[in-house]
Design a protein around this ligand. Structure first.
Ligand code: BG6
Length: 480
């Protein structure tokens, strides 16, 4: 569905995210016919460059990151014609007047300002936009994570932005919410009769959320060493996944209805005991650098891996463990939510049947899709033996060509900004509630001076993480 013509200004328009995700994503939407020709996309950054230089930079970025559509040279050139560039000084006066002149003078027109910059510039940019009269009621700002470093800084940031923009103008991106399968999770839960009646403590044994990566932190060590896996991944991405699994059905698929329900989940999370948290740090396997080398901090106590068990104290989930884990330099790249159902209450087939559990696996990446493990009779004449088989819904099989072109998370989220749909963006109170839950856990290990457990690069993480779940009589799902 095309949107109305818009002006989009990307602060940090020459940066890594703009080149890898934002502009290639916009190009793909352009090819899909979603971007009206009168729209303008303006890169803004410190570098001194003209429109032609910016177009050259973005042409190369599209060729590298926009997939098969970038082979269509005419389409690339048509898209580049929408682009212009203005050098802007976020902290000073330079460039603001020029930027103003590039924007269409129309109160009704959507203006989106994407802050693809460090969080220290969010406040100053918001202030500049207002003081230079660039922000109108139809303007919106998009901010990237990290949204704060803890509750106090997140609150300060929210207050700072609130001085210049209403909450309905602020789009806090968590790109996990833009992933195809994450939205499918909601479709599966609330679009089918099959699952929701079983979606509670009575029928579900436990839930596992895994985001395993093979990459290390090389190149972004200085940011990461100050964050760690808890701040970088759990406080935002894993928490958002947990919310979508655990929330009550909202009355409508609308921004505040959905976000109210997510907030209730975060607020119902119990504090986590220190013995239910395992932190790890990768060591070198001989083929890659260790975490401490990547972070250039030989005494670092920052975790590149974390596993924890938590509970949501409400009627639906009381006593159902949620096991969360995420880490860098693991044996595989696998992001999965696994809903592990309870065993049948009675085994009519003898010893065999009690061991079988239905598992609904929701794969975010790679190989997006869902699999429901069901128990059937093993084919053949060998009597009543039971075996688990997957009912598989791999998007690539089910949707063919369409699935190859799965919309990138950023692509979808940027178009939602233009449409004014905040459903897949975090509200200020949600972010604060998430920090309010993670802060005491982080303070706890910092106060105790805990060292993360070493684990080999390319392994499944520290042994203690396996123990965390095994001692409950359960096992982690495998990371290939
Ligand atoms: C980012 C984190 O938000 O998400 C990175 O800062 C992480 O550390 C990345 O690698 C993972 O995103 P994706 O989409 O590759 O799973």
């Amino acid at each position: 569905i095309p949107v109305s013509p818009f002006d989009l200004v990307i602060f940090g328009g020459t940066g890594d995210l703009a080149q890898r995700k934002i502009l290639p994503g916009l190009f793909r939407r352009f090819v899909a016919g979603q971007i009206p020709t009168e729209s303008r996309i303006i890169g803004a950054a410190r570098a001194d460059m003209d429109d032609a230089g910016y177009r050259d930079l973005i042409r190369a970025a599209i060729e590298e990151h926009a997939g098969k559509h970038s082979a269509d040279k005419d389409a690339v050139e048509d898209f580049l014609r929408h682009l212009s560039y203005v050098p802007v000084d976020a902290m000073g006066e330079g460039g603001w007047k020029e930027l103003q002149e590039l924007l269409v003078d129309d109160e009704e027109r959507v203006r989106a300002f994407y802050f693809s910059v460090g969080p220290n510039l969010f406040g100053p940019l918001a202030e500049q936009l207002r003081s230079h009269g660039l922000a109108q009621r139809e303007s919106r700002i998009v901010v990237e994570k990290p949204f704060g470093h803890d509750l106090e800084t997140a609150r300060a940031l929210n207050e700072e932005l609130a001085q210049h923009f209403y909450e309905d103008q602020i789009y806090r991106i968590d790109h996990y919410l833009g992933k195809e399968t994450v939205q499918n999770l909601m479709a599966v839960r609330f679009g089918n009769m099959l699952f929701e009646p079983l979606w509670n403590a009575q029928y579900i044994d436990h839930i596992q959320i895994t985001v395993a990566e093979t990459v290390g932190v090389g190149g972004r060590g200085s940011y990461y060493d100050n964050s760690g896996a808890m701040r970088d991944m759990v406080q935002n991405h894993l928490m958002q996944l947990l919310c979508l699994i655990a929330m009550e059905p909202p009355a409508r698929f609308e921004a505040d209805a959905v976000r109210d329900e997510k907030l209730k989940v975060i607020r119902a999370l119990d504090p986590v005991d220190p013995d239910q948290i395992v932190r790890g740090q990768y060591t070198s396997d001989g083929t890659c650098a260790s975490y401490r080398e990547d972070a250039e901090n030989p005494a670092s106590k920052t975790e590149s891996y974390i596993a924890l068990k938590c509970f949501i104290s409400n009627w639906r989930w009381a006593n159902t463990p949620f096991y969360l884990r995420t880490g860098k330099r693991l044996s595989g790249r696998a992001s999965e939510i696994a809903i592990v159902f309870k065993e049948t209450p009675h085994s009519i087939f003898g010893i065999d049947s009690g061991r079988h559990r239905n598992v609904l696996s929701i794969r975010l990446q790679p190989n997006e899709g869902m699999t429901l493990g069901v128990t059937i009779k093993e084919p053949g004449p060998g009597g009543m033996r039971l075996v688990d088989v997957p009912l598989d819904m791999t998007f690539a099989d089910a949707l063919g060509e369409q699935a190859e072109d799965v919309t990138d998370a950023y692509e979808r989220l940027i178009m939602d900004v233009i449409r004014g749909n905040q459903t897949l963006f975090m509200r200020g109170d949600e972010v604060e509630a998430a920090w309010a839950w993670t802060d005491p856990l982080i303070e706890g290990w910092e106060r105790r001076g805990d060292n993360p457990k070493p684990y080999d690069a390319g392994s499944a993480g520290p042994d203690d993480a396996a123990f965390l779940i095994n001692r409950d009589g359960r096992r982690w799902r495998s990371i290939k």
